[in-house]
Design a protein around this ligand. Structure first.
Ligand SMILES: Cc1cc2nc3c(=O)[nH]c(=O)nc-3n(C[C@H](O)[C@H](O)[C@H](O)COP(=O)(O)O)c2cc1C
Length: 411
């Protein structure tokens, strides 16, 4: 990446297209060189001259002249020059095309040919935003690795109040800066990182189980972010219904004992272990009943026994790995228990999150955490799990670096 990052700004045909001019200025003020591509509909809202003048580059328009006089194929060549693509505002229509790989204009062709980080800021009326088709398409974009800056709520151009208003240009700039920083970092290059994700299920019989609500989203966000930073990543996952993470080796371990075995097997070759999975503390003592237990009885008592504590066994067998635990506790009073857990299990870091709040944590795309290490505590306010993952990895990378520095200084 050159010193001045190049941003390809895609503008689509929504009322918020005028805010793209402010966004362009914000990106420039943050030290970026911006090139603009507009859809035909976007040009009905704001003239290309606005973007041409502000960006000091010709604006790419949605014309069929994709092979220029110098024989360059625009959608491929211009994509190569950019470090990041930002589509803001992104209409419901363009999001739908991107989600389905439709490349019937220059902007969507560039998106498909891009292959690097893409940030999308949707903007539309509330009904359009909340429509299941749009929600499905946005979820598909996330699955394809696109970073979505969620629209905010407020008064919309149509006079309605609700969600769908494009996020503030300042927060889109902040997201782009964060993504570029991550691209530049590669600060986990060469390191082997093991991450557990999801929630284990302990069978009661052939169809029933004791499980938990962990979705695996936090662990998957960590895996993707660690891979982007150059790490060799292995995900040990339990019952996660999310698409595979490109570049990451994934192993299914549905129960606590399977996850225990897999973690212990891989621990010796790891540099960093991040235990983001929710592992069952108890399982059926007699083992699962054969077949499906019928309905005929008035009550059914099941004896539970403790599962093997993975972190305790890691604590006794580790040899220099940086070990991170997660504590999902109910209410802030859980923080004290989390601190005690960190001591007891000899963790280097513990990420505390409060699962009493419905807007963060389990199943949510958001989290708010407190990062505890031996010498500090850092509060990380509510943010998408992808952002939380980056912040956690910042702290891990810094700690591992300083530990290695200390080790080589004393060698
Ligand atoms: C006045 C007006 C405002 C519009 N605003 C939006 C909008 O904010 N968001 C959106 O998704 N579509 C909006 N649309 C619909 C899009 O312009 C339409 O779907 C168009 O095909 C989008 O093309 P594009 O995605 O190629 O830019 C608007 C249409 C009109 C006529």
């Amino acid at each position: 990446m050159a010193d001045t990052p190049v941003v390809l700004l895609g503008v689509t045909g929504g009322i918020a297209a005028y805010k793209a001019a402010e966004l362009l200025r914000g990106l420039q003020k943050a030290g970026m060189d911006v090139r603009v591509v507009m859809t035909r509909a976007a040009t009905r809202f704001v003239g290309p001259w606005t973007f041409e003048t502000l960006s000091m580059h010709p604006v790419r328009l949605d014309e069929i002249s994709e092979i220029r006089s110098d024989s360059r194929i625009t959608h491929v060549e211009d994509s190569k020059e950019a470090d990041i693509m930002v589509i803001a505002p992104a209409t419901a229509n363009t999001i739908a095309k991107m989600a389905n790989g439709i490349a019937d204009n220059l902007l969507t062709s560039m998106y498909l040919a891009f292959g690097k980080t893409v940030v999308v800021a949707p903007a539309m009326n509330t009904q359009m935003w909340e429509h299941p088709a749009t929600q499905r398409n946005v979820a598909a974009l996330r699955e394809h690795g696109v970073f979505v800056v969620e629209p905010g709520a407020g008064e919309l151009a149509c006079g309605d109040f609700g969600s769908g208003r494009m996020a503030d240009p300042a927060s889109i700039v902040a997201e782009v800066k964060l993504r570029l920083q991550v691209q530049r970092k590669r600060d986990l290059r060469g390191m082997r990182v093991i991450i557990t994700a999801g929630g284990t299920r302990e069978p009661i019989d052939a169809v029933r189980f004791i499980g938990n609500r962990s979705s695996g989203k936090m662990g998957f966000a960590l895996a993707r972010a660690a891979f982007d930073r150059g790490a060799q990543v292995e995900l040990i996952q339990a019952n996660v219904d999310l698409p595979p993470v490109p570049g990451v080796r994934q192993t299914e371990t549905p129960t606590a004992s399977q996850m225990h075995a897999e973690v212990m097997k891989r621990l010796p070759s790891a540099d960093i272990l991040i235990m983001a999975a929710a592992v069952a503390d108890y399982r059926v003592a007699e083992g699962p009943a054969g077949g499906k237990v019928g309905k005929g009885r008035s009550d059914w008592r099941i004896n539970l026994e403790a599962t093997k504590d993975i972190l305790c066994d890691v604590a006794s067998q580790r040899s220099g790995q940086y070990v991170v635990g997660f504590a999902a506790e109910y209410g802030l009073e859980g923080l004290e228990r989390a601190r005690a857990k960190m001591e007891r299990k000899r963790l280097d870091m513990l990420v505390f999150n409060d699962i009493s709040r419905p807007d963060i944590g389990f199943e949510s795309d958001y989290n708010e955490v407190r990062i505890l290490t031996r010498d500090k505590e850092v509060q990380v306010d509510k943010a998408p799990k992808e952002t939380i993952a980056e912040i956690i990895l910042d702290h891990i990378a810094e700690a591992v670096r300083s530990r290695r520095g200390e080790a080589s200084a004393t060698a």
